[in-house]
Design a protein around this ligand. Sequence first.
Ligand SMILES: NC(=O)c1ccc[n+]([C@@H]2O[C@H](COP(=O)([O-])OP(=O)(O)OC[C@H]3O[C@@H](n4cnc5c(N)ncnc54)[C@H](O)[C@@H]3O)[C@@H](O)[C@H]2O)c1
Length: 261
Amino acid sequence: MGQAQNKRVVVVGGGQRDGATIGNGRAMAVLFARNGAEVLVVDRDLDRAEATVEQIKEESGRARSFAADVSQSKDCECIISHAVETMGGVEILVNNVGVVDGDSDGLSLAEEAWDRIMTINLKSIWLTSRACLPLMRKAGGGVIINISSIAALNMGSNLSYGMSKSGVNMLTTRLAKENAPYNVRVNAIMPGSVETPMFYQSMPTDGMTPEEYRSQRTKGIPLGRVGTAWDIAHAALFLASDEASFITGVLLPVDGGIHTR
Ligand SMILES: NC(=O)c1ccc[n+]([C@@H]2O[C@H](COP(=O)([O-])OP(=O)(O)OC[C@H]3O[C@@H](n4cnc5c(N)ncnc54)[C@H](O)[C@@H]3O)[C@@H](O)[C@H]2O)c1
């Protein structure tokens, strides 16, 4: 019996951009399926979602794909109604979509980039949760996991990504409080430096090799390595499991200890 046996899981942002390593969304979808869940893999880019589904099916897991753009409020509602139509319900909702493109410091940041990053990273989580919560309350419980970032605590030189993730943290604790009486648990994971394709998005284009970049990003991480998407996926699997049934409103750093600096 897996830790998510017969749970119906929706992973929003369960595809991934191209790259040599596995992304957080894909790793979570694969790990939930390995642990007995039926998974709806949602992505704006259907091909990316289908690639995740293919990987799950190759391991004899259960998954299907769905295309939705979480910057559109209607799509956020459709994700949940499609999950109900195809799987009959949702026990676990994972909000993984997060973008950073166009972010900058407070003076150079374009208004359009602020709006896009806030909408995709923060507002969408409220909208998918709002669509899913009545269902979970009626069913007598459920779990929501939001993928935040350690940038919520220390945003570095850019403004809107860290601000959006601080918002994700506040939204998580607020929804946890509002929904605890209904046995719906809401937690967030704050990844640190995790070697996903997104990690390499910020690699300098001056000829630095991926190995050099990884080693630069490793400096200052107390545990002496960058993370992998599997580190995030295992945290998500635990938080969603019955073993975590007394845990809600937690903002869990999965960062090799960098938040202790
Ligand atoms: N990799 C890291 O070092 C790191 C660190 C901290 C936090 N995170 C967080 O992890 C999450 C992403 O991890 P990943 O590795 O799965 O990233 P990823 O970008 O590879 O995959 C996310 C998927 O989201 C999809 N997507 C983007 N915009 C969308 C939209 N509007 N509607 C629907 N889908 C959309 C993309 O097509 C992509 O397939 C983000 O929330 C990010 O902020 C990552």
